[in-house]
Design a protein. Structure first.
Length: 429
């Protein structure tokens, strides 16, 4: 159905009167008010449909005041009821009402785990960053294998540009003799570099190992101690330590031993669990197991911060890149606020494989809201990001117009968010 009615705000507080503005577009804008019917329907609630009577303002827009009951989705049904003839539904406009804690947070979309050609990816660091904006991300970090410097290279490429994409430092941590991979997202220094100082590394890990409970197998004991050491170093660096792809395997064998996985969920030493990782369709079983493990641990009372990540090794190869990502409900897109939001369980992991319906994973409350955003908000958001991403590529190519164009576009996604939550955006083309 063509959307002939624009409304704002679309995201509102629960149980408080809200003034909603409607703009009628196309032919519907010339239909007499007496031939229009506006009915608000609650998707999950039990109240009967509410017939609204909007009033006109001097600008030709319609206004109505409404109290949105409960945290749920609501749908405004706009119907044409001619004096003679069959009435017809001309537009449906979804809204979402939130409790104050979630309303105070904004949705930010990003990738916590991705590679460049500085390790085993295909494109340079700056190219990967621009591609992330083009595909609709608000934030990202390059997390090359055993390499922190490529992420700094991506940051430096856009340091003097007005791009809105937040680019954070990062790396995928590989420690001597240790199988488990750990992502350092946003840390102010390289944990890989510390691990390369082998005498110091072995001494510090031995100290951690000595404090572990007795009765743990020696090989497992050492590996788990090294993981604990890495998470602690990432925290010292102010970053987010991500327990990534525990059910990734090679040669029909899981890369991480089950005993290590069990201790991770027993002690929760990480800052986030990579609920969805970069698995191709043929390897989907790994993500299925990771999601199943998450739900099983939650039934045991475990509170697990989650992220989704593409682990892509190329942005133009037609696989993985953009397939998996995270929506974080944070107060801002700063590292501290992203970290706080994830730690407070305000994030969902999303799988959006080509040709499939995007699916958010996490708590029911956040998944329900995220699916509304994926359907109603993010298509517009992603279109704006794509425009900026194109000019980020132009900036890398030396186009002198790029900075001016990015300056014109700066703040556009923030304005869109504001229009969904409050006053209309000035450029709603």
């Amino acid at each position: 159905m063509q959307n002939l009615v624009e409304a704002y705000p679309r995201i509102v507080r629960t149980d408080k009167p809200v003034e909603v503005i409607l703009e009628l577009k196309g032919l519907i804008g010339s239909v007499p008010a007496c031939e229009m019917q506006f009915v608000m329907r609650e998707v999950s609630g039990r109240r009967e449909n509410i017939v609204l009577e909007p009033r006109h303002d001097k600008g030709g827009r319609l206004h109505f005041s409404h109290t949105f009951f409960g945290e749920q989705e609501h749908v405004l049904l706009v119907t044409h009821v001619p004096p003679s003839g069959k009435k017809s539904l001309v537009s449906r406009v979804p809204f979402y009402s939130l409790e104050d804690d979630l309303f105070s947070r904004l949705p930010f979309k990003g990738d916590f785990h991705i590679h460049s050609n500085r390790s085993d990816g295909r494109e340079p660091p700056a190219y990967v960053a621009a591609a992330c904006r083009r595909v609709g991300f608000d934030f990202m970090a390059l997390t090359d294998h055993s390499a922190y410097e490529p992420s700094l290279e991506a940051i430096a490429a856009f340091r003097d540009s007005p791009a809105d994409l937040r680019i954070f430092p990062g790396e995928e941590v590989h420690l001597p003799g240790i199988n488990q991979h750990i992502v350092n997202f946003g840390g102010s220094f390289s944990v890989n570099a510390l691990g390369r100082d082998k005498p110091r590394f072995e001494k510090e890990v031995a100290a951690v190992e000595a404090k572990l409970p007795a009765g743990i197998d020696a090989a497992i004991r050492h590996e788990y101690a090294a993981c604990l050491w890495a998470y602690r170093k990432i925290r010292e660096a102010g970053g987010i330590g991500i327990f990534c792809h525990p059910y990734w395997g090679s040669g029909y064998v899981d890369h991480t031993m089950e005993a290590i996985v069990e201790m991770h969920f027993r002690d929760m030493p990480f800052d986030a669990y990579e609920l969805l990782g970069g698995f191709l369709r043929k390897d989907a079983e790994s993500n299925i197991r990771q999601v199943a493990r998450y739900h099983e641990e939650r039934t045991r009372g475990c509170k697990i911060p989650i992220v989704g990540a593409s682990d892509a090794h190329g942005c133009e190869r037609g696989e993985l890149f953009g397939w998996y990502y995270t929506i974080v409900f944070a107060r801002s897109c700063s590292l501290d606020d992203l970290k706080e939001a994830i730690g407070s369980l305000y994030s969902v992991a999303v799988e959006a494989l080509p040709g499939d319906v995007p699916r958010a994973h996490g708590s029911y409350r956040l998944v329900s809201y995220a699916q509304f955003l994926i359907r109603e908000f993010f298509p517009r958001h992603d279109d704006l990001c794509m425009r900026e991403g194109i000019w980020m590529f132009a900036h890398l190519a030396g186009d002198e117009r790029a900075v001016e164009k990015m300056t014109e576009l700066k703040g556009q996604t923030a304005r869109l968010t504001e229009s969904f939550r409050g006053k209309p955006s000035p450029d709603r083309s």
